[in-house]
Design a protein around this ligand. Structure first.
Ligand code: AMP
Length: 408
């Protein structure tokens, strides 16, 4: 078995998150983040698996500078874990949109870079930032390793897992030519997380993917839910963009599209509306308190009505989607909760599960409370559907993808 060290990168427009894994064990050696890239008060924070912490405050002008800072931090004599940059075998990058072309992770070539550039049209906030990270990493890791090999870069696409969704589930009932001309359809996101927890659930339940039906519920600041049959995504709640579907931290999820026209008539600009739907809606918009469920649980306990409405609307929407996805499968076997809210809030899981006995989902309240934020079963022994909590790890999945691409 060949061992490799794989650096995994998630690049935003002003941030760069990184983790280094020893594969195939999936052992996380170090993790860190560079924030406020391009600002005067940028900083890097890093922690090794032994808990050694490093914090560097210095102006970091762009993503290439950020990468250099990351490499220096990983190689740091006292706080790092490597002696030489050549020890890194591959770099795995998160890319949000892979369009209709990418149904799995890919080794990054010039053609892949061109595709990611072209797909920026569909993900203008994310793909350009992901690309900046790829180009910066390629620049910093351009020199050949001591053994003459080049460091390979791989891309893991958020949309790829959902490329198996059938046409009747990914099409919007709009004029067909909008799909032909502009590729307007459901793509779905969080694919890496749904795939990771689904595979873990199958392992835990000792089930083959064939003939197993799952619903994976990812509830974090962004939220989405996926129906999985034979190991393949057959429907998901996010759409052309991550705005559709569940109520999220600051995103509205599903709304009547006519509301947009109505608001334009009331004098709002399209920019204001899209900003509102993405950043000022969801838990934050409804509660007028916070986008963080912890704050809302506290406010609701203190009698804040809007916080209670936000919590109830959130839970109701998840329940509704679970019902819908039960209806597209012959029989549901497993449901998995993950993401910051899905993993941590036993109260939210309890709210969502109320009345779901109707579709064979029986929550064991004690188990649900005791599981904490760890992997565990939360259904009753007699529940036809096994309910699980599984912490997601998109980074580990990305490292696994890079490893298997390199082993091909
Ligand atoms: P994520 O995007 O997956 O990191 O999830 C972040 C969100 O998880 C936060 O905004 C909170 O709403 C939620 N969260 C994290 N920890 C808890 C907790 N202990 N109880 C309730 N919600 C939590």
């Amino acid at each position: 078995m060949k061992h490799m060290k794989i650096l995994v990168i998630n690049c935003g427009s002003s941030s760069l998150k990184y983790q280094l894994f020893l594969m195939p064990e999936g052992l996380n050696l170090i993790k860190g983040i560079v924030e406020k890239i391009g600002a005067a008060d940028s900083f890097l924070k890093q922690e090794t698996k032994e808990g050694k912490k490093l914090e560097i405050k210095k102006p970091i002008t762009d993503h290439t500078e950020a990468f250099k800072a990351v490499v220096d931090a990983i190689l740091d004599n006292e706080y790092g874990v490597l002696h030489n940059i050549n020890e890194i075998d591959a770099v795995g990058h998160r890319v949000v949109h892979g369009g209709e072309k990418y149904n799995e992770s890919a080794i990054i070539t010039d053609d892949v870079i061109k595709d990611i550039e072209m797909l920026s049209d569909l993900a203008p906030l994310h793909n350009p930032a992901n690309l900046q990270g790829i180009k910066a990493a390629m620049e910093v890791f351009s020199s050949k390793k001591a053994d003459g090999k080049e460091v390979k870069h791989s891309a893991t696409f958020d949309t790829a897992f959902h490329q198996t969704i059938p046409d009747y589930a990914y099409m919007y009932a709009l004029p067909y030519e909008l799909y032909e001309k502009y590729k307007i359809r459901r793509y779905g996101f969080h694919g890496t997380s749904h795939r990771y927890v689904a595979n873990k659930a199958l392992e835990l339940c000792k089930r083959a993917k064939e003939n197993t039906n799952l619903i994976t519920v990812h509830l974090g600041n962004g939220c989405s839910i996926t129906a999985i049959h034979n190991g393949k995504s057959i429907d998901t709640s996010m759409g052309l963009t991550p705005l559709e579907g569940l109520v999220m931290g600051t995103r509205s999820g599903d709304i009547d599209p006519a509301i947009i026209h109505y608001l334009i008539e009331k004098g709002l600009t399209d920019k204001e509306i899209i900003e509102m739907l993405n950043k000022k809606s969801g838990l934050l918009g409804l509660s007028e308190v916070s986008n963080d469920l912890r704050d809302l649980e506290k406010a609701a306990l203190e009698g804040n009505k809007k916080a209670q409405i936000a919590i109830d609307t959130f839970a109701y929407r998840v329940k509704k989607y679970i019902g819908a996805f039960c209806a597209v499968m012959v029989k549901l076997d497993i449901i998995v909760f993950t993401g910051g809210i899905g993993q941590n809030s036993y109260l939210m899981r309890e709210r969502i599960s109320k009345c779901l006995e109707n579709v064979g989902i029986h929550l064991d309240k004690e188990r649900n409370k005791l599981v904490g934020n760890h992997t565990g079963m939360i259904s009753t022994d007699y529940s036809p559907v096994t309910m699980l909590v599984i912490p997601t790890d998109e980074e580990e999945q990305m490292a696994r993808d890079a490893y298997s691409l390199l082993m091909k």
